[in-house]
Design a protein around this ligand. Structure first.
Ligand code: AMP
Length: 217
């Protein structure tokens, strides 16, 4: 099963994709995480992506597509995958479809996390991320037990370069212009489900599972 999780930056895709993948027994593949890992490891992929990311722009399609197709071709994705942050353009969606068809697969569901812009701005500008395991925190709603230290692994918490207010606004504009049009493609195929992304994390997780036609486990 291939599930695409969509929604603007700050909709909670990262948090919810991890949970959804666990719940469904699927792999979780997040394009942004893969880029951040490449940057931390100092690879050429990381060097190519960094400038675009810091400016809140999309990394060129050919780079993203190559990286994601290689990742979803690995054995842990054989049973299926929750894609988080990919595809983000029509060209990426087409490349994904072609690669899946070649394996006798398809995108089975696209879930759109719907969150008002004011909420997204507040979430992102106060977000901190673990440099080591990428766990997200919010300075007010889900702060770590010890300031600046990850509860999960003890890693350093930092503010992403692209979580400053001006860059967040730019990322929202990029989403509206380049990614939102994909929603209508998935709607036309009758595989799009829109889910409210506000409220408690557990509630949102439950809504996503229900939107896939699966009940409480
Ligand atoms: P995210 O962690 O999903 O918010 O992604 C962070 C940044 O990584 C984005 O603002 C883009 O610069 C880049 N990125 C992640 N996924 C993609 C994608 N599918 N296409 C292009 N750029 C991407």
């Amino acid at each position: 099963m291939v599930v695409v999780l969509m929604g603007p930056p700050g909709a909670g895709k990262g948090t919810q994709a991890v949970r959804l993948a666990e719940r469904l027994g699927l792999a979780h593949v997040a394009s942004g995480d893969l880029f951040r890992e490449a940057i931390a490891a100092g690879t050429s992929l990381g060097r190519q992506a960094k400038g675009y990311m810091d400016r809140g722009e999309l990394v060129p399609d050919d780079i993203v597509v190559r990286m994601i197709l290689e990742r979803i071709g690995r054995p842990d994705c054989a049973a299926g995958v929750v894609l988080d942050g990919f595809p983000r353009t029509e060209a990426q969606a087409e490349a994904l479809d072609r690669a899946l068809v070649a394996q006798g697969k398809q995108v089975n569901a696209a879930l759109e996390l719907d969150v008002p812009e004011a909420v997204v701005l507040e979430r992102l500008t106060r977000r901190r991320i673990c440099r080591n395991c990428q766990a997200p925190y919010h300075m007010e709603y889900s702060p770590p037990a010890q300031e600046g230290v990850c509860d999960r692994c003890g890693g350093d918490l930092y503010q992403r370069e692209d979580d400053g207010e001006a860059t967040v606004r730019h990322r929202l504009q990029v989403y509206a212009e380049q990614t939102a049009p994909l929603l209508s493609c998935y709607r036309q195929r009758s595989i799009l489900r829109r889910v409210s992304g506000t409220g408690e994390m557990d509630e949102v997780a439950e809504r996503l599972v229900r939107a896939l036609g699966r009940g409480a486990a």
